[in-house]
Structure formats: C-alpha cells, structure tokens
Design a protein around this ligand. Structure first.
Ligand code: NAD
Ligand code: G6P
Ligand code: MN
Length: 441
C-alpha cells in the first residue's frame, strides 16, 4: 500500500496529540511515511512536538517525524495537510466570547459576533497556509477543520477557488454517534440525509443499510432528552457546558419538529436564554484553558521530563477517525459518504448556487460530489438565507476592508437585536483585533 506524507498545520493545537495518536492507531488503513507538525508559534508547538517525538520513537520508530516553523520544510513533499489553526489562540477566543456578552449578546467561538471576529482573523492564516501548500506541494490536499469553517469555506470559494481544500466539521459526526447510541446501532451502519450551513443544519433522514428509517424513533428520544445519552460515545463533547448543549436540542426540536437539529442552532433560536445562562467572567474559552489545554500540555511536559511516553496521559481521539476516513477516500478513491461543506450548485434545489452549504457528499480521488437534497421548507430556508448572507458579508468586508459591510453582517446576524448593538459590539471587536484584522474604513 502507498505510504503518505502528512503535515499538521496548527501543530501546537490541543487536538494534535489525540489526532496523531488516532493516526498511529489507524496506520493499517492509512499508512504514513512522514509526519510533520507546523505552527507559527515555536514555543507552543515545541512542547507537543518534543513529547510526540518521544512517543513516536517508542510506538512507530519507522515513521519519520519532525516539527518546524519553517513553511518550506513543513510543506515540501506532502500528500495531505490536516489543518486546525486558531488565529489568535485562546486569548482571542476569550475576547470573542466576552466582548459580545458585555453588550448582552451571544459570545461564542463560531456563532454570532464572536464567530465573525474569529472569521476575520482566520481568513489571513488560512490563505497563508493554502499558499504555502500550493507553492511547495501543488498536488497536496488540505483537509481543513479550522474554524469558523463556514466563513473560512466562503473565503476559500471566493479567494482560492481552485485550491485543493476540503472543509469538514466534526459536530455531525459526534451527534451521529449519539443518535446511533439512542437506536442501538453503530454509526458506520447508518446513512443520513442532511442540509444546512456549517453549525446550522438539520437531519432529514437517518437510515440503516437495509433502508429502515429511524428519524421518528430518534425524535421521540430527543423530544425528552435532547442528545444526552447514557453511554458516552462522543468523547470530544463531554464538559458540563457541552452536556447543556446536548440537552438543549430538545427545545430546538420543539420549534421545528420536522427534522433533527444541529446543536449549534441554539445560539440562533434561543439567544436570550443562552446569554442569561452565560457567565461573562468565565466562558467556554476559560473552561478549555483550565481543562483540555492544561491537561494536554501537562501530559506533554510529563512525557518530556520522564523521557518516555509509557503510561502517558495522551489519549487517542477516536472521535477524530473521520479525518482518516476522509484522507482514505481521496487517497484510495473509496467513495465514502460524508457530510462536507461545499458550494451548493443545486444540491439544495431552492437555495443559491454560490452558497457554501453542508450536505452529504461522495468523496473520491477527484474530490467531493454533493448529493442532491431536494427542496427545503420555508422556515429553514429563510434562517439559512439570513445566516449565509452574514457569512458572505464578512468575507466581502474582509476583502474590501469595509466597515459598513461588517456592520451590516453583525446587524443581520440573528444573534444581535439592533444596528446600534451591532455597532457597539463591532467597535469593541475592532479595538481588540487590531493586530489581526485588515484595516476597515
Ligand atoms: P489551539 O489554539 O490549541 O491550536 C491552534 C494552533 O494553531 C496554535 O498552536 C496556534 O499557534 C496555531 N496557529 C495559529 N495561526 C497559525 C498560522 N497562521 N499558521 C500556523 N499555525 C497557526 O486551538 P484548538 O482548540 O486546538 O483548535 C484548533 C482549531 O481546530 C480551531 O480552529 C478550532 O476551532 C478547530 N476545531 C474544529 C473542529 C471542527 O469541527 N471543524 C473541531 C474541533 C476543533
Ligand atoms: C465542535 C465543533 C467545532 C468546535 C468545537 C469546539 O466539535 O464542531 O467546530 O471547534 O466543537 O469545542 P471546544 O471544546 O473547543 O469548545
Ligand atoms: Mn465544527
């Protein structure tokens, strides 16, 4: 079997050790000859890089491993780039969440004004790594899960239309695991139909391979419990705030009982509730900094101190195995069916062709082929049209350096009650993002 050369962009990510261990665990399905970490923060990456070097020498000595901040070294001779960068790191995520909350509106990583602020930062970083990839390894594919994926995907569509970048989100993967638990099946035995935008969509069908439809059975469960399940199958979304999110799906289903909702819809359908239940002094960024970030970097430092990764606290992120499924689909033309963020072009019949939507696709060595989802009802269509316009306005504002368009984007966001609040939030976000955003006028 061919062996692949992989670069992970955002090597200092809290998810890097889990994903590397998942890839080591999947070497029989996806053999690697070389693995390189790339980051633009040398110190942060070195902690994980050093620890993983020790671990890989013990567990996979045949694999060539290194870490670097030099783009040429990182991107030369690569088949795949797994990208999970966070422009501005946790400091800026904290601001994205806290600034809007000070104005009484949703403060969230990817939704509402926080997501818009993050989007304005991410576009620059994403274009940078795409350009490195195209310069040093023109045949390389980027599997991108850097957020906010909806805005990043729209920016790629407009600014790098021919780049080999595939945008994917893990939320539908995690939720499908929960659904499979509810009906006592394995996720790989289920096939779904789904339409929406990233972090903004609905399942219209969940069937087993024999064609039995489980939508009603799952809805009955979600109407009572949301997506909270007895056994934890979705390892990434476990902290107390995530449990609240899974539970809240119950109220999302109440508004729209026809389909099963993506949990992120809570920020758009219940913004007042979410703001009231947020602590403006301790947001999800703080929960992660005190939780996942601390655990991962402490575990790395322990490995370095001991000089061995035996009995370490690095854990395989089995939840992330969809990344290997995606890489395999391209590498071996498996025609795997996966939810991807793609240009609509008729996949949703009554939605603009040039919208970046999330739908099931067949993935093979030529890339993705979206599957037609037909016409969607008015309620979902109107919500999606509003949100996709926000995302397009952000990208236009970025390209044109337009204050006006970014103000319109915030004003149009369903999470913000008025143009006045939008302007107040925007002015504070501009101040906080001076180092990262293009200048607006
Ligand atoms: P993190 O801050 O721990 O890691 C991100 C790393 O990216 C940092 O080390 C940072 O220095 C680096 N970075 C930033 N800009 C860069 C650039 N231009 N070039 C190279 N490196 C750069 O963040 P995290 O919590 O581990 O999350 C990483 C990313 O993965 C985020 O974008 C997050 O939103 C995303 N994510 C997406 C999904 C999904 O479903 N799509 C799921 C989980 C995480
Ligand atoms: C889900 C989403 C990601 C998001 C992550 C945030 O997995 O699909 O897009 O980045 O949650 O998780 P966190 O634990 O960092 O809040
Ligand atoms: Mn996501």
């Amino acid at each position: 079997m061919k062996k692949f050369s992989v670069v992970i962009a955002g090597g200092g990510s809290t998810f890097t050790p889990g994903i590397v261990m998942m890839m080591l665990d999947n070497r029989d399905r996806f053999p690697m000859r070389e693995l390189v970490l790339y980051d633009n923060d040398e110190k942060r990456q070195a902690v994980l890089g050093e620890a993983l070097d020790i671990l890989i020498k013990e567990q996979a000595p045949e694999l060539k491993f290194s870490y670097t901040t030099d783009p040429e070294v990182a991107f030369t001779d690569r088949d795949f780039c797994m990208a999970h960068i966070r422009a501005g790191q946790y400091d800026m995520r904290e601001k994205d969440e806290k600034i809007p909350l000070r104005h009484g509106v949703i403060g969230q990583e990817t939704c509402g004004p926080g997501g818009i602020a993050y989007g304005m930062r991410s576009i620059t970083g994403m274009l940078e790594i795409i350009d490195y990839m195209e310069k040093y390894s023109p045949d390389c594919w980027m599997l991108n899960y850097s957020n906010p994926a909806a805005i990043v995907a729209e920016a790629c569509r407009v600014l790098r239309p021919n780049a080999k970048v595939l945008n994917i989100c893990d939320m539908p993967v995690g939720t499908l695991r929960r659904m499979s638990q509810i009906i006592n099946k394995q996720p790989q035995d289920l096939e779904v139909r789904y339409f929406g935008l990233n972090h903004f969509g609905w399942w219209t069908s969940v069937k087993d391979k024999e064609g039995h439809e489980y939508l009603d059975e799952i809805k009955d469960y979600v109407a009572e419990n949301g997506y909270l399940t007895q056994v934890e199958v979705d390892t990434q979304h476990m902290d107390p705030s995530w449990q609240e999110t899974h539970k809240k799906a119950k109220d999302l289903l109440a508004v729209n009982p026809r389909y099963l909702p993506n949990t992120y819809l809570k920020y758009y359908l219940y913004p007042d509730y979410e703001v009231a239940h947020s602590n403006p002094d301790f947001t999800r960024a703080n929960e992660v900094m005190e939780g996942r970030e601390k655990q991962v970097f402490t575990a790395a430092r322990e490995i370095i101190e001991k000089g061995t990764a035996k009995n370490s606290n690095f854990h395989i992120d089995s939840h992330a195995s969809f990344i290997v499924d995606l890489a395999r689909a391209i590498a071996f033309n498996t025609h795997e069916r996966m939810l991807m963020i793609v240009e609509n072009n008729g996949a949703i019949a009554n939605f603009p062709d040039d919208a970046m939507v999330e739908v099931p696709c067949i993935v093979g060595s030529d890339g993705v082929e979206p599957l037609a989802q037909g016409k969607i009802p008015n309620f979902e269509q109107a919500l999606m049209y509003q949100q996709v316009t926000v995302e397009k306005l952000v990208v236009e504002a970025y390209i044109e350096g337009s204050y006006q368009k970014l103000w319109q984007a915030l004003t149009l966001s369903k999470t913000i009650p008025s143009a006045k609040v939008a302007k107040d939030v925007l002015d504070d976000l501009i101040e906080a993002n001076k180092e990262y955003w293009p200048e607006l006028s």
